[in-house]
Ligand binder design. Structure first.
Ligand SMILES: [Zn+2]
Length: 245
């Protein structure tokens, strides 16, 4: 745990780490805090909640107003856009501007996964631009109507998988691969300082440059060697925030 925390660097900001403070996570179906979709509205996956975006904080974080008038912060599940607030990473401003242009003031629908909130109290959600109309939406519906998927497809976000919220994780890796192969968005940025190989940690699912201290501390049993960063990304590994491979 110590290693994972040190390596992640931005983990507190991404906020999707499992709750460790001992609070019981209520499953979405039992939530009292969010209004269900009203009768007569199109139904999607169980627990789909309508909301209006009142502010875009950055590429993957929004403030929404729910039907009962309550304001909530929403963190998108499974994706991570480059930083644009506390520090500015390459493509962070673009990602933030894109999300603002697509979602600000819009009506959206929130789909939960296993954990309702992160440890900052933010709602964890897949953001639908239109209700998908089924518990297991078809891939083309996800591609065209889910904003998390759109961010990946257009290269504004990288995959960030945080168990147990993994409903669309495999598809997300595939969408990221498409964006990368077409050099869309952040994938069009020049990659500097390529390494002869990379070291993955099978437990944290992060990958590192060979000389990264967090990579070197990886237990031998958890070590995975990748010839290229593309190989690591396609295996669902995420770049370490310390060595930025
Ligand atoms: Zn590293």
């Amino acid at each position: 745990m110590l290693l994972a925390a040190g390596c992640a660097g931005r983990t507190p900001d991404t906020g999707q780490t499992p709750d460790t403070d001992g609070k019981v996570q209520k499953p979405p179906a039992q939530s009292q805090s969010v209004s269900p979709v009203e009768p007569g509205e199109k139904k999607g996956p169980a627990g789909l909640v309508a909301a209006t975006v009142t502010r875009v904080v950055d590429g993957d974080t929004l403030v929404v107003r729910l039907k009962d008038g309550k304001s909530e912060t929403v963190r998108l599940i499974g994706v991570n856009t480059p930083e644009s607030t506390r520090e500015v990473e390459p493509y962070g401003k673009e990602a933030s501007a894109y999300t603002r242009s697509r979602l600000d003031g819009q009506r959206i629908w929130l789909e939960r996964d296993v954990q309702e909130r992160d440890h900052y109290g933010r709602i964890l959600a897949y953001v639908w631009l239109e209700p998908p109309g089924g518990v297991d939406p078809a891939e083309d519906v996800i591609r065209s109507h889910m904003f998390n998927a759109e961010l990946l497809l257009k290269g504004y976000a990288q995959v960030m998988t945080v168990p147990p919220n993994v409903k669309y994780a495999d598809l997300f890796v595939q969408l990221q691969r498409e964006a990368r192969e077409k050099k869309r968005g952040l994938w069009g940025l020049e990659v500097k300082d390529r390494e002869p190989y990379y070291v993955g940690n099978a437990r944290s699912k992060k990958f590192h440059r060979p000389d990264c201290e967090y990579g070197r501390q990886t237990a031998p049993d958890n070590r995975v060697r990748f010839a290229t960063r593309e190989e690591a990304l396609d295996a669902g590994y995420e770049p370490c925030n310390a060595c930025k491979p």
